[in-house]
Design a protein around this ligand. Sequence first.
Ligand code: NAD
Ligand code: GLY
Length: 366
Amino acid sequence: MTPYPSPTTLQVELDDRSYPITIGQSLLAKDDLFTPYIKGKRVAIVTNDVVAPLYLEPLRQTLLAAGKQVTAIVLPDGEEEKNWSSLMRVFDVLLQEKCDRKTTLVALGGGVIGDLTGFAAATYMRGIPFIQVPTTLLAQVDSSVGGKTGINHPLGKNMIGAFYQPQAVIADTSTLDSLPARELSAGLAEVIKHGAIIDAAFFDWIEDNIAKLVIRDPEALAFAIKRSCEIKADVVRQDEREGGLRAILNFGHTFGHAIEAGLGYGKWLHGEAVGCGMMMAADLSHRLGFIDGNTVQRIAAVVRAAGLPTVAPDLGVERWLELMQVDKKNEGGQIKFILLKPLGTSVVMPVPQDALRATLKACVQA
Ligand code: NAD
Ligand code: GLY
């Protein structure tokens, strides 16, 4: 008898860049999940000083036992560290250690480590392979899948980066046991997002199960992770480089990124900003007649029950507008929003200024 249920595997279908997502418990110990995706002998694990004491050693031992030569690169923790100097620290070590282009990078951590390591892999020696080992709920349901990699610029979130797919995503759900409650809530924001934009039945399921998710019921979490990965993988399969459809995955992010940049990276968690941003996008959708007031209330209730903020910081309307101008979706200076039309379906469009200003006034702290 095995102590844990078998892992689930999904496939991100992208022709010769297709890769598996494996979701299950105690996967860091399973060398056979890693070795098919590590062609050379050298591996560099990139992690941070919070995750390293918890999971670096088990993963290093697994890879050493598989005959790999392992280098560890431990960065300072934090969204504010997702920057150029952290990226340079990765390159410094890779070059000092004479890591060649057969080296595989392993991103062990949350979305910050995943995004930064992916970008390092995309650019070191013009591209080396990497594996995502997400250890936050947010990274397991969203950021490790789909190949968006990058770092922040002081003037805008995720403004420097590349589309670059990993060789594999290995999501060990046991690592969520050590995740602080606030971080779990941040991950739930992206789970709610997936239901709201694309799958009304999944949104209903989230509403019914939000209390279980908050207390980390393993079955509920496993389902939420699997369904989120399925939804994201399907969107990425259809539109890898965000020519159109993929933009819907940014529901709540236009407002959320403004909150993150406006308050300073790291003040609110990314998922908290997205949770509040989804509320604001729902309010805006309602003002344009796309959803009814009851739907706005349902979204507010589930965001609140997930432990996320529903009242936005008062940045001042003009500052909000200025911050939202710095967004990769914008074209010709026009801010674009992801709106629900209705719940479970989404549209991407510019909006009338008066409706936007009304949302900004209504949703901020009085
Ligand atoms: P994070 O990477 O900062 O991790 C959150 C915190 O949890 C950190 O302090 C981290 O050290 C800690 N941590 C990680 N795993 C842990 C564990 N198992 N136990 C205890 N502590 C642990 O933040 P995040 O929420 O994972 O990711 C947010 C980032 O992801 C943002 O930069 C966002 O822009 C990015 N993102 C990217 C995509 C994408 O498609 N690439 C999608 C969504 C979000
Ligand atoms: N999280 C947005 C995307 O992956 O496209």
